[in-house]
Every structure is written in C-alpha cells, then in structure tokens.
Design a protein around this ligand. Structure first.
Ligand SMILES: [Zn+2]
Length: 191
C-alpha cells in the first residue's frame, strides 16, 4: 500500500462515505490519505467535526478501523450481502459514545460542544452514527460508482435516483468519452 497523500481530501456529501474516500484508489492502487494523526485531525476539521491537537496514533488506528468497517458494510449492502458481525460490532461500539452536542452560540450560530479530551471519540461516534443511519435506511440509494476501476461509494441524493458516478467530472466524463480514450492507458486518477 502506498502511504503518500497525493490528493487533497474530497467530500461528496455523506459524512460516513466521505470518510471511506480517505483510502483512495482502492481498486487499483490503495493510497492512504490518513498517513499520520495530523491528517486525521485535518480531515475531521474539514468535515466540520471536532478534532484535537493531541490526536494520537491510537486514535488514527481507531479511525481507520471504523473507516474500513464502514466501507465493508456499505459494500456488502450494495452487493446484497449481509453485513459482517464484526463490522456491525465496530460500528455499534464506536457509535455508542456521545457525539458532539449542538449548541447555539451568542452569535446565533451552531457550535459543536465536546468535553475536552473527547474530541476524536465524539467525532468518530458521529461518523459511526451516520453510517448506521445510512445502512439501516436500506433505501437503495447507497451505490458504488460505475466508473471503470473506481471503488468509491456514494449516496444517490438525486430526485430521480439515477446517479451512477461518484463525480460527473471524474468518472462520468471518463465513461462518456471512452469511445476515443478506450485504447489509452488509464492514468493514476482512478479512484
Ligand atoms: Zn467514480
């Protein structure tokens, strides 16, 4: 596995699935975006979740464990399989912690409140809870991108429910232009 942050983080709109995008190119060249604890903190902040400057290696291990459980469970759903009991246990255990509490600030804006030292636990709980809600919904809107060699999972939020790509810009265009690109070697931009 390559451990080199070659891309900036991407966000597609569903917290738990966006989190699975931090291991990129799963199908062709798995590339870890969360190389160190600071990467985890950076991702959590970008996602609007609490993070701590004191994020440790064990927090990173917990985060990756959650991420892979989400990915396996969501993949199982898209393939019509049962979710592995071990993955359910990971999701349920991490979700059992208190997520960040919403609080109304003096400026009238939302703030997330977490007891000091519980930032990562609360942030991971929010991700795990989001995953459980998504998986339990079972509404057929959880999909795997149809792009060639793409491995990204997404939630189809389109009104007709016909979304096929992680991103039109990346995989949609690639497939649409395949007729004249078919014989060209695909670059490392597969996700
Ligand atoms: Zn894709």
């Amino acid at each position: 596995m390559t451990e080199r942050p070659v891309l900036d983080f991407e966000f597609g709109g569903r917290l738990c699935l966006d989190f699975t995008w931090t291991l990129r190119f799963r199908a062709v060249h798995p590339t870890e975006m969360l190389v160190g604890p600071r990467d985890l903190s950076a991702w959590l902040r970008r996602a609007g979740l609490p993070a701590s400057a004191a994020t440790a290696e064990r927090d990173l291990e917990r985060a990756r464990s959650l991420r892979e459980a989400v990915y396996r469970a969501a993949s199982a759903m898209t393939e019509g399989h049962r979710i592995d009991a071990n993955d359910r246990e990971i999701l349920n255990r991490i979700a059992a912690a208190a997520p960040p509490a919403p609080s109304l600030g003096p400026d009238g804006r939302l703030r997330l409140v977490v007891p000091e030292g519980r930032e990562i636990t609360a942030a991971l709980a929010a991700i795990a809870r989001d995953a459980i809600e998504l998986l339990a919904a079972g509404d057929g809107r959880l999909r795997r991108c149809e792009g060639p060699r793409c491995s990204l999972l997404f939630q189809d939020g389109s009104r007709p429910g016909t979304r096929r790509w992680c991103s039109t810009n990346r995989c949609g265009n690639r497939v649409n232009t395949r007729s004249y690109r078919a014989r060209r070697k695909e670059g490392p931009d597969d996700a």
